[in-house]
Design a protein around this ligand. Sequence first.
Ligand code: FPP
Ligand code: MG
Length: 320
Amino acid sequence: MGSGLADRIAEQLALIEDRLLAEAHGDTPFVTEAAAHIIAAGGKRFRPGMVVTVAALYGTAAVESVVKAALAVELTHVASLYHDDVMDEAELRRGTVSANRRFENTVAILVGDFLFARASGCVADLGAGYVKLHAETFSRLVQGQIGEVQGAAAGVSAYDHYLRVIADKTASLISTSAVYGGMVSGAPAGDLAILAALGDEIGTVFQLSDDLLDITSTQSGKTPGTDLREGVLTLPTLLVAASADPADARLQELIGRPLSDEAEVAEALGLLREHAAMGAAREEIARRAAAAETHLDALPAGEANDALRELCRSVVSRSA
Ligand code: FPP
Ligand code: MG
């Protein structure tokens, strides 16, 4: 990325950072403190990064529209994390104590609602088309999360169910981030469709990668093994579950039920980390990211296009 573009993107992201904290301001110091808690803990800001970099593909957007769109997607994401951490009974988020632990479940849920309201305010400022896409995205987010809790319906393969869940709960908002970047730039309808597909595919890779980190990482700022505790199957555990190798029997037994015994979580993590399924999952992630990247061939070439290619690759390298 040329330094001109990198500087412009960094400048816009710094502005978005300040504005995120401003959006967390409530009517009382308590609301502000609780709403700023997860925003101030940092984060990758992948979704704002997507908005800003896609907008840079065209170079025609007003900065205020780019900022509003970026705020809308990040506030929606943070709101969903407040709710997700209640559902997961999480202890840690972004390397700090989660909101449900620092405050309590009811506060965490209501603060999630508060931030979602702030996101709605931002999209309302942008216009009805943005509001409609935001509403559709929110409906997918929630249904993805419900699907994860419910598990696969009869006749649906566990793998197909998993892909549907992650497309809805994660890729939907990343796809909308890419589309918003195009919309604020006045991109043609054909480009918006390509941006939607790019975001959906790279968003799926993002969650596949995140699920791998739940097994491998002690540096993610989250407690590893959350999916094992909840009995949620992800790409590597789905591969193990389908194995016919008798050596996999113990691991299959462990991943086949929610684990509440910490010794069993540690045992399952140990077996998984050494398992060939991890390599196979990494290959699938790299293959999908390369396929997602091909959408960029049909979008305007240049520095921003190269930066988006880097963004696609960064999704793979975080869990490599
Ligand atoms: C994280 O998944 C969760 C999501 C990506 C979506 C959660 C959506 C909701 C709770 C619906 C409510 C939404 C709003 C906007 C109020 P994960 O648990 O796999 O990831 P993690 O490892 O980061 O916890
Ligand atoms: Mg979670």
